[in-house]
Design a binder for this molecule. Structure first.
Ligand code: HEC
Ligand code: HEC
Length: 193
């Protein structure tokens, strides 16, 4: 092998390995829609689109996890945003202008407007006019969580309710709900079998 060829091979190897490292570091970001070589073969497929709206994170992530818009249909978000004064026994009222901005954000990215696996499945589990206010009350959610015993959730002093998605789904904020990314507080890994 001559020097030029050897140089090319080494450059190729360096590029390939650095690419792998970057892909690992950044795997959630890069694979939003599961396109491209790395996301196809090395990356994690996202379950829902992550929240990138800073205003939403600030206003709707202060009391609880900032639930991704892709977890409920637009009609649910509209209903919720129209009655923030009575938000699960709390007053979550916002300035009119902010309320309109966030409603638009939620509707545009709602489950019925999203092309992500879990959004599609949540929509399929709902009747045409059903507009639940809770993600945890959608048939899809219930089906996915019905094997988890009460002692690990409601009766778990370190948890208390299913509404705390990110307490168990450690990469929920990134939009990943896959099984490898689950640790139940005080219990540990979830093992299906
Ligand atoms: C003042 C505190 C507060 C703010 C601000 C707030 N919420 Fe909530 N939210 C609650 C409480 C309390 C619950 C009920 C949680 C429970 O049952 O554990 C809740 C529940 C929810 C649920 C249902 C979760 C489930 O069980 O499936 C959704 C969805 C939700 N909120 C969305 C929002 C959105 C969108 C915003 C911003 C417009 C927002 N929340 C702002 C307090 C708040
Ligand atoms: C007690 C911890 C816990 C909480 C809290 C929790 N989950 Fe889960 N979730 C699990 C476990 C465990 C599974 C896997 C169930 C199985 O495979 O049998 C799961 C499965 C899922 C799945 C299906 C993933 C797959 O690969 O099939 C989705 C989507 C999901 N959860 C979303 C949510 C959302 C959204 C919230 C909050 C509203 C939430 N979860 C709250 C423990 C939790």
């Amino acid at each position: 092998m001559n020097k030029v060829m050897l140089g090319a091979v080494i450059t190729g190897l360096v590029l390939f390995t650095t690419n792998l490292v970057i892909a690992d570091d950044d795997k959630y970001e890069k694979n939003e829609r599961g396109k491209g070589f790395f996301s196809k073969y090395f990356g994690k497929k996202l379950d829902v689109a992550p929240v990138k709206n800073a205003l939403y994170k600030e206003e709707c992530g202060s009391c609880h996890f900032a639930y991704q818009p892709g977890l409920l249909p637009a009609r649910s978000w509209k209903k919720m945003m129209g009655d923030l004064e009575n938000h699960f026994e709390e007053n979550a009222e916002l300035d009119k202008e902010i309320q309109i901005k966030l409603t638009n954000y939620l509707v545009e990215n709602a489950a019925d407007h999203a092309n992500y696996k879990r959004s599609i499945r949540i929509m399929k589990s709902l009747g045409k006019n059903e507009a639940p206010l809770r993600i945890t009350e959608t048939p899809y959610f219930i089906r996915k969580h019905d094997e988890i015993p009460k002692r690990m959730v409601q009766d778990n002093p370190k948890l208390g309710s299913f509404s705390k998605c990110a307490a168990c789904h450690v990469n929920a904020e990134k939009g990943s709900y896959e099984e490898d990314d689950i640790r139940i507080p005080g219990i540990g890994r979830w093992d299906d079998d």
